[in-house]
Design a protein around this ligand. Structure first.
Ligand SMILES: Cc1cc2nc3c(=O)[nH]c(=O)nc-3n(C[C@H](O)[C@H](O)[C@H](O)COP(=O)(O)O)c2cc1C
Length: 325
């Protein structure tokens, strides 16, 4: 077994580093570059639910009233769905690492059957990039969160390959949500997506996108939850995402209990071949610390294995704990 090999979603990855869903996984050229640079797997750029529903609606409504359809929109959208399926097929032909397509969705209605097409195209697993922005103040957290569970139940009825659900961290109880996913036989959870956020430009007095790329300091929102989730008595794989900018960052998430680590922003900044350096950094750290395999140290510092787990429960800066006070 290779030194950096890990198991994720039942697949063997030669490195824990996965190129996460973005433009960097949208073409065969990028995907090949990722494999050549030592990626353990690739998650393809997300296909959007609107694209799928448009595709399905138009396929099922060869109505005889074609002039009623918006052809331009149909062509573009269905074409992109076909292109996506082709990207999966071709990626499977030319790559030896696992190919994980991603569907971005915001409802549990009307599109889940389509996931079968993705499986038929040869996907090794499926990532569901899902976020329902809770806009209705009359809806309770439980009602809002039920949409995720309905979606999973529907998908699990049609999809026979492993599913990972890529979530944000804005749940009232993240560990309970992961438990709910596990009970519905979801194989993996990606913690966490980093969504588009608005910011304000005071010179233009206008809304602008907040920084699109992450900073490594954003690990602070993620690490605790990986350490806690990986300590639960359930079998669900964890893929870390957000703030991985070096091999050292990947090691941190692995020590916290992640099974794999996804990388995006740093590859935009430094190029896909930076993966080689990240793999080398992980290996060098392993050698220095006498670890022969990733399993030798994975989850060593999680909530269950760390000798003072209470550190993960601490959230307030009490004077006693902080030299800054
Ligand atoms: C330009 C860009 C495009 C992205 N597109 C997607 C996408 O289509 N689907 C998805 O699940 N995540 C998408 N993401 C989120 C990344 O996959 C990743 O989860 C996030 O950037 C956090 O990882 P990082 O800190 O390594 O950047 C995108 C991120 C960026 C920066």
């Amino acid at each position: 077994m290779e030194k950096l090999a890990v198991k994720y979603l039942g697949l063997t990855l030669k490195s824990p580093l996965i190129v996460s869903s973005s433009r960097l996984t949208s073409t065969l050229g990028y995907l090949k570059e990722a494999e050549d640079s030592g990626a353990g797997a690739v998650v393809l750029k997300s296909l959007f639910e609107e694209q799928i529903t448009q595709h399905i609606n138009t396929l099922s409504s060869s109505s005889g009233y074609p002039e009623a359809d918006d052809y331009t929109s149909f062509y573009i959208k269905s074409h992109s769905v076909e292109e996506y399926l082709n990207l999966i097929r071709k990626a499977k032909e030319i790559l030896s690492i696992p190919v994980i397509p991603s569907i971005n969705c915001f409802s549990s209605e009307g599109w889940t059957g389509f996931a079968k097409n993705i499986v038929e195209a040869g996907a090794d697993a499926l990532e569901i990039n899902v976020f329902f922005l809770p806009l209705d103040r009359k809806k309770s957290a439980a009602e809002a969160e039920k949409i995720y569970l309905d979606l999973i139940e529907k998908l699990k009825k049609t999809v026979r390959i492993p599913i990972a659900i890529k979530i944000g961290y804005r749940f009232s109880n993240i560990l309970n949500m992961i438990d709910q996913f596990y009970m519905r036989k979801v194989e993996g959870v990606v913690m966490f997506n980093r969504f588009y956020e608005p910011d304000i430009n005071i010179d233009k007095i206008d809304i602008v996108p907040a920084s699109i790329f992450s900073h490594e300091s954003e690990r602070r929102y993620v690490l605790r939850w990986i350490a806690m989730a990986s300590a639960q008595d359930i079998k669900i794989d964890i893929s870390a995402s957000t703030g991985v900018h070096s091999g050292a960052d990947a090691v941190r998430y692995l020590l916290a209990g992640a099974h794999s680590v996804q990388v995006c922003s740093v590859l935009y900044e430094k190029g896909i071949p930076f993966l080689k350096q990240m793999n080398r950094q992980i290996e060098t750290w392993m050698d220095k610390n006498g670890f022969r395999t990733i399993n030798d140290f994975r989850a060593k510092l999680n909530y269950r294995n760390y000798e003072k787990p209470v550190i993960y429960e601490r959230t307030q800066f009490m004077k006693y704990f902080s030299s800054e006070d």
